[in-house]
Ligand binder design. Structure first.
Ligand SMILES: [Zn+2]
Length: 116
């Protein structure tokens, strides 16, 4: 299951950041997920719940930011919201569209507690 391995890498990333700061408990982790990242958000949420067990994130609050897709047309330069990876420019119909946002999949920040 794709989402499970993503959940595990989120946990690993957060733990790595916590270790660098000599923390043993993570209180909160903020993650960013693009709507075009190809992730089933509901599934990922469930996967995260099981992935955090017995880790520093076990009690952490998970704050999720969903990022809308945003594209930029390579022909006319228009920026627009997009819900699909390969949708044409709404201004000129060109398919030379680059994605500006929407494929994010990352740990944005963590809140740690050093004294537990
Ligand atoms: Zn265009």
């Amino acid at each position: 299951m794709h989402e499970l391995s993503i959940a595990q890498s989120i946990v690993e990333l957060a733990e790595e950041q916590a270790r660098q700061q000599q923390a043993s408990v993570i209180e909160e982790v903020e993650i960013e997920i693009g709507r075009l990242a190809g992730v089933e958000i509901q599934t990922l949420t469930f996967a995260l719940e099981s992935a955090v067990k017995y880790t520093m994130l076990e009690k952490a609050r998970i704050v999720r930011h969903d990022i809308d897709g945003e594209g930029r047309c390579g022909d006319c330069g228009a920026c627009f919201k997009t819900e699909a990876l390969f949708s044409p420019c709404p201004q000129c119909g060109s398919y030379a569209v680059g994605l500006l946002r929407g494929k994010e999949l990352r740990v944005k920040s963590i809140v740690i507690n050093r004294y537990v």
